[in-house]
Design a protein around this ligand. Structure first.
Ligand code: 2IT
Length: 445
């Protein structure tokens, strides 16, 4: 395999799809050596097939706002790879959503889901719709309009969506209600459901909890205790709040969170009532973090900046893709953090990742670190299929086991001769091998 040649072909076929090309390139570089040891992969054109989604659905989503005005958004579902299970992955509602973003997310999801050890293929979908400033009724009408197209291609054995940025419990409820009405079927077609109607315990927190279990394991592998360590977190959405909560439970101190307006530095630690305050603020539709500094003395609000300039032991990007660039990596590295772990999908630019790995920084990629979210979605599917609801302890125990196994797979495939664990390489190879072997077994399809 020649990475350069494959990338040139892909750039020609899909010009301008920067995020998608970035995600593919990272995986190709990681797997190149292993791939070249398998001439049968090359013969079966595994790479050429694995980088293309099996299917993409694009559709118009017209809806009417509270004033009676008509709006038109674009809806998507990218069914990326079904070699090891039905398509599985979230829906993102955000103005930045386009095909490149959803293809990168679907591609990443394929390998992430493979790492979870559960039988799930990869998919992603969403819309360029923004929930910001919309009323409940507007969000409901949008979700209903979105589902009148999406329902045709999803199903509990076919494709199982879930939440992502802009899609939380409220949106999942409206989407599920419309699916049920259109199909006359009550089944586990979507994950992230409410507890009373088929949802799994721990699912809302699972991405953040799983991330901290993984980070803890990274530290333990190097004989470092997480207790007392300072953590810089970005974002304050679904994922960040789970991470902050679990970090605090494990005895670490979270000193930053961020919003689109800037970041909060709170040397006393962000925990307890402070988390509740931010959650309540968000629930009112407000996703800025500046009010935190007015509420809690000792905290500082730094406008229009990201928290990577703060000296910390552990840095956890939890907001969105490419939120930590090469320059941020230089600043972080100069402060000698113990560990950097992506909790957002592709939270670091290619340049930043390269700098971390070159500096032998303890660093792990999103597809390993944040896989606890989709893994718990997989556990929700299992509970739906057997029509049972497990206790928090049962789900948490399984989440622990899964994160442990992902860590082991990263070490197995990523440990270099000098002892450095290249988690990027490890996660990519482990995720890839399972999907590639399944594709080989299933013939040219
Ligand atoms: O990026 C992700 O893994 C998710 N948004 C969760 C996907 C899922 O199906 O739970």
């Amino acid at each position: 395999m020649e990475v350069k040649k494959i990338m040139q072909d892909l750039e020609q076929k899909h010009p301008g799809e920067a995020e998608y090309l970035q995600a593919v390139k990272e995986v190709l570089i990681s797997i190149k050596d292993v791939y070249n040891q398998h001439p049968e992969f090359e013969k079966a054109k595994i790479i050429e097939r694995i980088v293309e989604p099996e299917r993409i659905l694009t559709f118009r989503v017209p809806w009417v706002d509270d004033k009676g005005e008509v709006h038109v958004n674009i809806g998507y579902r990218v069914q990326f790879n079904s070699a090891i299970g039905p398509y599985k992955g979230g829906l993102r509602f955000h103005p930045s959503v386009n095909l490149s973003i959803l293809k990168f997310l679907g591609f990443e999801q394929t390998f992430k889901n493979s790492l979870t050890t559960l039988p799930m293929g990869g998919g992603k979908g969403g819309s360029d719709f923004s929930i910001r400033g919309k009323s409940d009724n507007e969000v409901m009408r949008f979700c209903q309009a979105f589902m009148t197209e999406l329902f045709k291609v999803i199903g509990p054995e076919t494709d199982i969506p879930a939440g992502d940025i802009g899609v939380g419990a409220r949106e999942i409820g409206y989407l599920f209600g419309m699916y049920k009405k259109l199909t006359h079927q009550w089944n586990g077609v979507i994950t992230g459901k409410g507890l009373e109607w088929g949802g799994s315990r721990i699912r809302p927190e699972a991405t953040g909890f799983g991330a901290l279990y993984f980070v803890n394991q990274m530290l333990q592998t190097h004989n470092i205790d997480i207790k007392g360590k300072t953590i810089a977190v970005s974002g304050f959405g679904n994922v960040a709040w789970g991470a902050v909560t679990k970090a605090t439970q494990l005895g670490a101190k979270v000193i930053t969170i961020s919003g689109p307006d800037g970041y909060i530095y709170d040397p006393d630690g962000i925990c307890g009532e402070k988390i509740d305050y931010m959650l309540e603020l968000r629930a009112t539709g407000n996703d800025v973090c500046a009010p935190y500094a007015e509420m809690f003395s000792g905290a500082k609000f730094i406008p229009n900046k990201r928290p990577w300039e703060v000296k910390c032991d552990i840095a956890l990007p939890c907001a969105t893709q490419n939120e930590l660039n090469g320059n941020d990596a230089d600043i972080l590295l100069a402060n000698h953090p113990i560990c950097v772990a992506e909790v957002s999908n592709m939270g670091c630019t290619a340049e930043a990742v390269e700098k971390f790995v070159k500096a032998k920084q303890l660093f792990a990629p999103g597809k390993a670190v944040n896989a606890g979210g989709v893994a718990t979605s997989g556990l929700e599917m299992t509970q739906n299929a057997i029509r049972l609801s497990w206790s928090s302890d049962e789900v948490d125990e399984k989440l622990h086991q899964i994160m442990h196994s992902i860590h082991e797979q990263c070490v197995k495939y990523g440990k270099l001769n000098d002892g450095y664990i290249d988690y990027v390489k490890g996660a990519n190879i482990a995720g890839f091998m399972k999907v590639a072997n399944a594709m080989m077994a299933q013939g040219i399809v």
